[in-house]
Design a protein around this ligand. Structure first.
Ligand SMILES: *[C@@H]1O[C@H](CO)[C@@H](O)[C@H](O)[C@H]1NC(C)=O
Ligand SMILES: *[C@@H]1O[C@H](CO)[C@@H](O)[C@H](O)[C@H]1NC(C)=O
Ligand SMILES: *[C@@H]1O[C@H](CO)[C@@H](O)[C@H](O)[C@H]1NC(C)=O
Length: 613
């Protein structure tokens, strides 16, 4: 795949005019260097996601099967929970990768996730219960899938819409690959509840994706609109219908227009929060609403639409002066991007997923423009284009024109600038936290944020034009009712989804299994816990070669030590945990030896959970 991309680029690079007077060969070298880093980071990001998925992920101890931790971080901040939004965005990424790659290990994770959602929908929680839909708006659950009962910004109404979109993407694959009963009997009952929720509650306020503002959030409304449009088509495809989707989608679309103030998207309305309204919320929404088959449509806020390009400039410009990392970066060049300029969380810093989103919108726009074969610059998008190509003027430029080449070349360099900043602030381990420090650029806040890794993967797909999402029907969903009228759909019915018996899909047997040892072992400072056992990977019972476990998630109420080794499928091991003190003294746990047989199927991860004896 990478070879193909490089070939395409090297063939094309000699044709590209230079951007900002940089010779095309230099621009190409920059892009090639980014290609290398992206290839490396792609495997790190995928492994980073899988590590956080229960119950076998290397950092997932405590999470139920198919449930994805927002981050393994248990303190400052404690993100050791399951968020409906983050999980859906992560699994949408995995579904698109599975469809493009055929990686059956991913499919097993996807099936587990969907089975877990059937159960999660029925869990009564502080937002409510399933029977009237209200419980579906709960944003956050405990890692084992039970209700989180602490205070929180709830409900959050984007979760059901995003989950419907993730499940529909997989449902479409099932339908077109001969598994229509799984689509109909397993996926559709879950999706139906989520669609009913969206149709019933879209016209009520809730908390935004940053869990701070109670009002109406552009990201939420955009996600809801998409879900209703593709939900209607999916309903028909499984031999059912969604009358409420059909009735409400045009109204949600009508409402979506109210966020546009003529210059940018005001992220939160129906609230009075005293902010500028500039927020990466809307850039993330443009990723969520990206339809590779759509044009540069303003009504559905496509990535290449004049509105969304104008918004991109306004939002990214708002961060130029608030972060030290952006000092000295010229106008029209990429900057580090955070959530919104007034942010004070962890003192307000750039986020990896926000900077990646700024790149991804532009790559997706480039895809749409290339496909359309022309660029139309309007008075709305002119400031965006002028910033990256000073000679830009309103008009339509066909792909055969030199202006088109100059504009797409400038757009590519500009988008790569955002990716290069993420590379610059990513440590050599490739680990992606939530934020990076606005002055020093060092990683900050939650380590291994699952959404950061997913944001990297979707950026990389958009950049290389591979494993792109399927169309959701945006091109046919861009007409507006003459009058926006509030929702008239009252209640609907909600039914627990009970069928989670997946067919046995063909799968590729695992060649090796990452096996994680988790042990709850209270220790005092200076003491370390190791695992030692009968196979070479576990030191062959030699305490000097035992495997040191990590305590980076140790908490007094969860004294966890954990670590992974790679074992062959079917291997039987005997093992024990040992404790070494600072002076080198070794204490063995009590007899008998523990035993574990590595599974022999298609799964490439396994885990044990023990308590020190
Ligand atoms: C990619 O990974 C390889 C192997 O770990 C390393 O040698 C190389 O420097 C990395 N390249 C980049 C651009 O990070
Ligand atoms: C409900 O819909 C109407 C019509 O689009 C809109 O004016 C109003 O702001 C919406 N309210 C909420 C809370 O969504
Ligand atoms: C993306 O890739 C597809 C197939 O690989 C190709 O047909 C299409 O032209 C590419 N689009 C862009 C915008 O590069």
């Amino acid at each position: 795949m990478l070879k193909g991309v490089l070939l395409f680029l090297s063939a094309a690079s000699s044709l590209l005019p230079s951007a900002y007077g940089i010779p095309a060969s230099v621009a190409f070298n920059k892009r090639a260097a980014l290609d290398d880093w992206i290839a490396n980071e792609t495997s790190t990001a995928l492994a980073g996601i899988l590590a956080n998925i229960g119950s076998t992920g290397a950092k997932s101890y405590g999470a139920g099967t198919g449930l994805v931790l927002a981050s393994p971080s248990t303190t400052n901040p404690d993100y050791f929970y399951i968020w409906t939004r983050d999980s859906a965005l992560v699994f949408k990424t995995l579904v698109d990768r599975f469809i493009a790659s055929g990686d059956t290990n991913l499919q097993l994770e996807i099936n587990d996730y969907i089975s877990a959602q059937a159960k999660l929908q029925t869990v009564s929680n502080p937002s409510g219960v399933l029977s009237n839909g209200a419980g579906l708006g709960e944003p956050k659950f405990n890692p084992d899938g039970t209700a989180f009962t602490g205070d929180w910004g709830r409900p959050q109404r984007d979760g059901p819409a995003l989950r419907a979109t993730a499940l529909i993407a997989y449902g479409r694959w099932l339908l077109s690959n001969g598994y229509s009963s799984a689509a109909t009997n397993i996926v559709w009952p879950i999706v139906r509840n989520d669609l009913q929720y969206v149709a019933q509650y879209w016209n009520q306020t809730g908390f935004d994706l940053w869990e701070e503002v109670q009002g109406s959030s552009f990201f939420t409304t955009a996600a809801q609109h998409r879900a209703l449009v593709e939900g209607s088509a999916f309903a028909s495809a499984v031999g059912s219908s969604c009358a409420n989707c059909d009735a409400q989608a045009p109204q949600v679309r009508c409402f979506l227009q109210q966020y546009w103030n003529g210059q940018f998207v005001v992220a939160n309305i129906n609230t009075n929060i005293g902010r500028s309204g500039k927020d990466v919320n809307a850039i993330l929404a443009s990723i969520q609403t990206f339809d590779p088959s759509a044009g540069c449509d303003d009504v559905t806020f496509q990535p290449c639409s004049p509105r969304m390009l104008a918004n991109h400039k306004v939002v990214t410009d708002s961060f130029r002066t608030v972060y030290g990392t952006n000092n000295g970066i010229a106008a029209g060049e990429a900057v580090a991007v955070g959530r919104y300029p007034e942010d004070v969380y962890f003192n307000g810093n750039p986020w990896y997923l926000a900077t990646l989103a700024a790149a991804e919108q532009l790559y997706s726009a480039l895809h749409q423009i290339t496909k359309a074969g022309s660029i139309t610059i309007t008075s709305t998008s002119l400031p965006f284009w002028k910033a990256i190509y000073s000679a830009a003027a309103t008009g339509t430029y066909a792909s055969s024109s030199s202006t088109f080449s100059a504009l797409t070349s400038a757009l590519t360099s500009y988008a790569d600038g955002y990716t290069a900043l993420v590379q610059k602030y990513t440590p050599s381990s490739g680990a992606l936290a939530e934020q990076f420090d606005k002055s020093t650029g060092s990683p900050l806040s939650a380590a291994d944020l699952t959404w950061s890794y997913a944001a990297f993967l979707t950026m990389a797909s958009a950049r290389s034009n591979t494993s792109l999402p399927a169309s959701w029907g945006a091109a046919a969903a861009n007409t507006l009712p003459t009058v926006c009228s509030p929702s008239s759909s009252s209640s609907g019915s909600y039914t627990p989804a009970t069928d989670t018996s997946w067919p046995s899909f063909p799968c590729t047997p695992a060649s090796s299994v990452q096996t994680t040892f988790n042990v709850l072992a209270p220790t005092t400072p200076g003491q370390d816990i190791y695992v030692v056992g009968s196979v070479a990977q576990l030191g062959g019972w030699d305490t000097a070669s035992a495997v040191l476990l990590s305590a980076d998630r140790y908490r007094s109420d969860m004294p966890l030590w954990y670590g992974s080794v790679v074992l062959a499928p079917g291997t039987s091991v005997e093992y024990k945990y040992i404790r070494k003190d600072a002076g080198g003294g070794v204490v063995w746990e009590s007899d008998p030896n523990r035993e574990f047989t590595v599974p022999g199927g298609c799964r490439s991860a396994a885990a044990v959970g023990d308590s020190w004896r």
